[in-house]
Design a protein around this ligand. Structure first.
Ligand SMILES: Cc1cc2nc3c(=O)[nH]c(=O)nc-3n(C[C@H](O)[C@H](O)[C@H](O)COP(=O)(O)OP(=O)(O)OC[C@H]3O[C@@H](n4cnc5c(N)ncnc54)[C@H](O)[C@@H]3O)c2cc1C
Length: 415
């Protein structure tokens, strides 16, 4: 019996895999019931390839089922200067991005991944202790449930209780950035009048300013021309300021209320100033306080548990880690959940073939290390000072002029 702690993206993917291979498992989560954990998630081409066989779906069936806009979930191939409206052509700053990548609605993606194991998740089970037994592991939950299994899978996220007990020295490091998200809904008529004409058919519309990114993303939509709506998730992120930064949150700060944006955030938004923003950034960012948008204030961290520690805990405690419990990096990399899904699939395969569990780490560790070491390069690139953006835009103009000259010269040369 495989015991999985955590029904996030990693835990449910593993549960589905084990179910599909008739391998006994139980999956527990501390939440009282399923609560949506975030809004959108970019699914990468390589993850899609690995997931499709498990889901028994074709790529063209998965897209509309989980894409944020219920169409294509397309990301723009450019970033917009939020004050001048100039476009900087960047297919993507993100490591490993491909044209197959698309933006998914987390809730629907998690639902599709879970499939018929949805009813197996045991909610209201907060792990409070675990121990080695002669035959495997025993876990005890706050509600008194007490279960034995052969292997314990820590899929309990970045604040992993299991990691904190077994490897207290492996603490996520603070990340020098600030990030807040929020959500709002536009009736379809308002969307079509104010936002749609600017965004077109993209579901992700990123903009840049001085060391900051203002992003607009659809996270769900109903395109009925009369009763439809578009749900938007906006993002505001920037580099950490020198000295005291009122929006910077340390990992150790557990007391802060992530659902309440501090006054300093509203002051910062008011100082942008919204009236100088081009549309659709103006409508989204100018109106957020008046609309009463729900906000989330993120703690940005970076983590990779050393491989020797992982292998030693596998031997001594029969515990194996997947997802954010073992690695985490900047949200802007847009790869952590993809890694979590791929971890679950890799571990499932090792469990199925009854290979040594250490092989799972041999398989996955090199890619974790690569992402961890590159962690933040994209964050710095996206949040560069406006002077650097200016230089990039000017260089882009020069390149465009040269390309036009070449195009015009080509027919003459053929004569
Ligand atoms: C704003 C934002 C945007 C992001 N965008 C992207 C993106 O575009 N692409 C991408 O790849 N990644 C993205 N990520 C990262 C991604 O969200 C995470 O990497 C992913 O959700 C991790 O999944 P997980 O299953 O490992 O952990 P989690 O989703 O955190 O799940 C852990 C589960 O364990 C449960 N749990 C915890 N402790 C206990 C306990 N003691 N007992 C029982 N249950 C417990 C929790 O309730 C939770 O359900 C983003 C993250 C953020 C914050």
């Amino acid at each position: 019996m495989i015991l999985i702690i955590g029904a996030g993206m990693a835990g449910v993917t593993l549960a589905r895999y084990l179910s599909s291979r008739n391998i006994p498992f139980r999956v527990f989560d501390q939440q009282a019931e399923f609560k949506n954990q975030g809004f959108g998630l970019t699914l990468r081409g390589d993850t899609i390839s690995k997931l499709l066989p498990l889901l028994s779906l074709k790529e063209q069936e998965l897209g509309p089922a989980v894409a944020v806009d219920r169409k294509t979930g397309k990301t723009n191939a450019f970033l917009v200067n939020v004050v001048t409206g100039e476009r900087f052509a960047a297919a993507s700053f993100k490591e490993g991005a491909s044209t197959r990548d698309f933006r998914t609605n987390r809730e629907r993606l998690r639902g599709v991944i879970m499939g018929d194991v949805a009813g197996s998740v045991e909610y209201g089970c907060k792990l409070v202790s675990f121990m080695l037994t002669t035959s495997g592991v025993r876990v005890v939950f706050e509600n008194g449930v007490d279960v034995e299994g052969s292997v314990l899978v820590a899929a309990d996220g970045v604040h992993s209780f299991i990691r904190s007990r077994l490897l207290p020295h492996c603490v996520p490091q603070d990340w020098d950035g600030v990030m807040l998200n929020g959500t709002c809904r536009f009736p379809i008529t308002e969307w079509n009048a104010k936002i749609g004409p600017h965004i077109g058919d993209a579901a992700v519309y990123p903009g840049f300013g001085d060391q900051k990114v203002l992003a607009i993303t659809i996270y769900d939509a109903d395109w009925d021309p009369y009763s439809g709506y578009v749900n938007v998730s906006w993002g505001y992120s920037r580099r950490r300021k020198q000295g005291d930064d009122p929006l910077f949150v340390r990992y150790a700060e557990r007391g802060f209320d992530k659902a309440k944006a501090p006054d300093a955030f509203w002051d910062e938004i008011a100082a942008l100033p919204p009236r100088d923003l081009v549309e659709p950034f103006r409508t989204i960012f100018e109106g957020m306080r008046k609309r009463g948008d729900r906000t989330i204030h993120h703690q940005l961290v970076s983590l990779l548990v050393p491989k020797e520690d992982l292998l030693s805990k596998l031997q001594s405690d029969k515990v194996v880690f997947i997802g954010d419990a073992v690695h985490d990096w900047s949200n802007h990399a847009g790869t952590a959940a993809n890694a979590a899904i791929q971890d679950a699939l890799a571990l499932g395969e090792v469990l199925q073939t009854k290979a040594q569990l250490g092989e799972y780490y041999e398989d996955r560790y090199p890619s974790w290390l690569e992402s961890y070491e590159k962690n933040g390069e994209d964050f710095q690139a996206l949040h560069r000072p406006i002077k650097e953006w200016r230089a990039l835009l000017d260089a882009q103009d020069v390149e465009q002029e040269k390309a036009e000259l070449r195009m015009n010269a080509a027919p003459a040369a053929q004569l």
